[in-house]
Design a protein around this ligand. Structure first.
Ligand SMILES: [Zn+2]
Length: 496
């Protein structure tokens, strides 16, 4: 093969993959046909590898492949890594685990093209003869999705986000209900007519698991107690049920930690979520944008001790059920402290004082959503708060959002400072253009943050992304105008 031919093809194929792979080399100018009877060899020591390969070939390309088990030797070291060797006669996939094998198929799906030069074609695809070696840069890659009351978030939309997270090789998904879940113990903590049943939520959990994701519930046990956006002034419980006012501080934003009834109410919700999420290994307790209590009891109490005991109580419940707590970081760094300039710090002297009293079971979720002008001109951010929690000995996740400059820098900092991983957020901006930033760019930051800028992704950086959205929508059986794509209507523009 001519060198320039090889480089051009590799650039096109590399540019198509989300997240980018570690290494892709063109092996020949031939193609492997994906049709009924195509030969795949699977080198994977886990039970069920051949059956999984047959199923994915059927699901992705509607073909009955001839899959054989190989020797399962010379496998990638990384549990989630995989290698692909495509020749005209056979495709060979190697992975230590079923998850790695599944990732190899996701990559193949993104590489495959429908049969060329014909008017229409189904169940006939081609793959270029390439050698791929790939593995994630970080073992913990999460997507935080928000299920707002229906139809603000539709069931199709939340399922699409979960499926896209898996397709883009995230391995955890945090699902925050925002009043959309009718808790079996307290159905009043949801919006009548705008919520779904525990069974429907459980279905999302099972879909996530079937795709290789580990689902994690979120319940805000301190601030953000309304389970509604602060800027809209709604309150999931107090709007319809003002009689529950004693459970909250007078303004409704934080739970009242002096009231034993608060703890009982929240414990019921936690237990519901444990059942619905089938005993998850992590549980997100929220705790962002909270401050000292101001009610008649809390303002006269030793508030840091109340708060510490509140967190330790829930840690004990989680621990008994085999889960670790996750909390947002911002109450543990003090507002106005110059060390955190450019980062998020909402703490008071009281709230920051309890950090050193927390067990290292707590996973700190360090969030920062905006890059500075200097960073957009090439300056490297320090990620001072991320480093602070790592230095304190906590497992810490870097949590970006829609700002791609910040997201990619976060991905590099997670590697550089040895953070536990990344938790990408989506919040209320999760349609159209923003989906590319949150899924494609964040998956690159988590999986392969040191990859070169991708070329060849087409118009708006998102043409390939749109193809993968179609893959997922077809997997879901989407069949209406409103449900295709990532937004119901083309003229909807989501502001920041
Ligand atoms: Zn209070």
């Amino acid at each position: 093969m001519d060198k320039s031919f090889k480089e051009k093809e590799e650039a096109i194929l590399n540019g198509r993959l989300m997240p980018p792979v570690k290494s892709l080399k063109l092996a020949s100018d031939k193609f492997f046909k994906v049709v009924d009877g195509s030969k795949f060899e699977v080198n994977c020591p886990e039970d069920g590898a051949v059956a999984l390969a047959e199923k994915l070939a059927k699901d992705f390309w509607q073909v009955s492949a001839r899959v054989s088990a190989g020797a399962a030797k010379g496998l990638p070291d990384n549990d989630e890594g995989y290698s692909i060797r495509i020749a005209a006669s056979k495709t060979v996939l190697s992975a230590k685990t079923l998850r790695g094998l599944r990732y190899a198929f996701f990559t193949l799906r993104q590489l495959a093209e429908s049969e060329r030069g014909v008017a229409t074609s189904r169940a006939s695809f081609i793959l270029p003869c390439v050698a791929i070696d790939d593995a994630p840069a970080t073992a913990w890659r999460g997507m935080h999705v928000c299920f707002f009351p229906t139809p603000e978030t539709t069931y199709v939309e939340i399922e699409r986000q979960i499926r896209l997270a898996a397709y883009f090789k995230f391995n955890y998904v945090v699902i925050e209900p925002w009043g959309s879940l009718r808790y079996p113990s307290h159905p009043e903590f949801s919006w009548p007519g705008h919520s779904v049943s525990a069974g429907e939520f459980r279905n999302l959990v099972r879909i996530a698991k079937s795709l290789g994701l580990t689902p994690i519930p979120q319940l805000n046990i301190f601030g953000h107690a309304p389970a509604a956006r602060g800027s809209n002034h709604k309150h999931t419980l107090l709007d319809f049920h003002p009689e529950f006012a004693p459970l909250f501080e007078p303004d409704g934003w934080c739970w009242c930690l002096s009231n034993p009834a608060t703890r009982a109410f929240l414990t019921d919700l936690v237990n519901d979520l444990f059942d619905i999420f089938e005993n998850p290994p992590f549980f997100h307790l929220g705790c962002d944008e909270a401050g000292d209590g101001t009610c008649a009891l809390c303002r006269r109490a030793d508030y840091p001790t109340l708060l510490k005991n509140h967190l330790l109580y829930f840690n004990d419940i989680l621990k008994k059920r085999g889960a670790r707590p996750m909390v947002w970081h911002d109450m543990f760094v003090e507002r106005g402290d110059k060390r955190w300039a450019g980062y998020v710090a909402c703490g008071t002297p009281g709230t920051i004082s309890i950090l050193d009293k927390l067990p290292k079971d707590f996973v700190i979720c360090d969030w920062r959503y905006n890059s500075s002008a200097e960073e957009r001109n090439g300056a490297e951010p320090s990620f001072a708060t991320l480093r602070h929690f790592i230095d304190k000995g906590f497992d810490t996740l870097g949590c970006p959002w829609f700002d791609t400059c910040n997201t990619l820098a976060f991905g590099k900092a997670i590697q550089k400072y040895g953070a536990m991983g990344m938790l990408e957020t989506t919040w209320h901006i999760k349609r159209s253009y923003w989906m590319h930033a949150e899924f494609a760019v964040a998956s690159r930051a988590a999986w392969n943050p040191l990859s070169a800028d991708a070329k060849g992704q087409g118009f708006n950086g998102g043409a390939s992304f749109a193809a993968y959205v179609r893959d997922v929508n077809h997997d879901m059986g989407v069949d209406t105008y409103e449900d295709f794509g990532t937004a119901p209507y083309q003229l909807d523009v989501q502001p920041i």
